[in-house]
Design a protein around this ligand. Structure first.
Ligand SMILES: [Zn+2]
Length: 121
């Protein structure tokens, strides 16, 4: 897993999907199987944020990227309808995000995690 400081990509590509502007535009981090892209250089040291992205790596290892990404996107699209097009609620309620947000502060979580933990959320 390689951490990549990618400010241009994060601001201008993930920024297309974010309502924030200025320095906050774009996602702070994005998991991409072999890499974790980060918008801000200081986040290379943010253990909780990195742990969040590494929880997505565990989910991807059990599903393969070919299932993980379509399920992630499909869950988001269903949630858009469930939460009346509130994009923030739709995102936070993706089962993979629920597991990651719930456990990101526990840096030992990945060691003790049960397989398919996201399934029960
Ligand atoms: Zn996430």
């Amino acid at each position: 897993m390689k951490l990549v400081h990618a400010p241009w990509y994060m601001k201008h590509v993930t920024g297309l999907f974010s309502k924030d502007t200025g320095e906050q535009k774009g996602f702070r981090a994005q998991y991409a199987v072999f890499w974790i892209f980060l918008r801000d250089e200081k986040d290379l040291q943010d253990e909780v944020l990195i742990n969040h992205e590494l929880i997505h790596h565990e989910q991807t290892k059990e599903l393969t990227p070919f299932l993980f990404f379509p399920l992630y996107l499909g869950n988001y699209l269903i949630n858009l309808f469930r939460f009346k097009f509130n994009t923030n609620e739709a995102y936070k309620n993706i089962v993979f995000e629920k597991e990651a947000y719930l456990n990101q502060a526990d840096l030992l979580y990945r060691k003790n995690r049960k397989r398919y933990a996201w399934f029960k959320l």
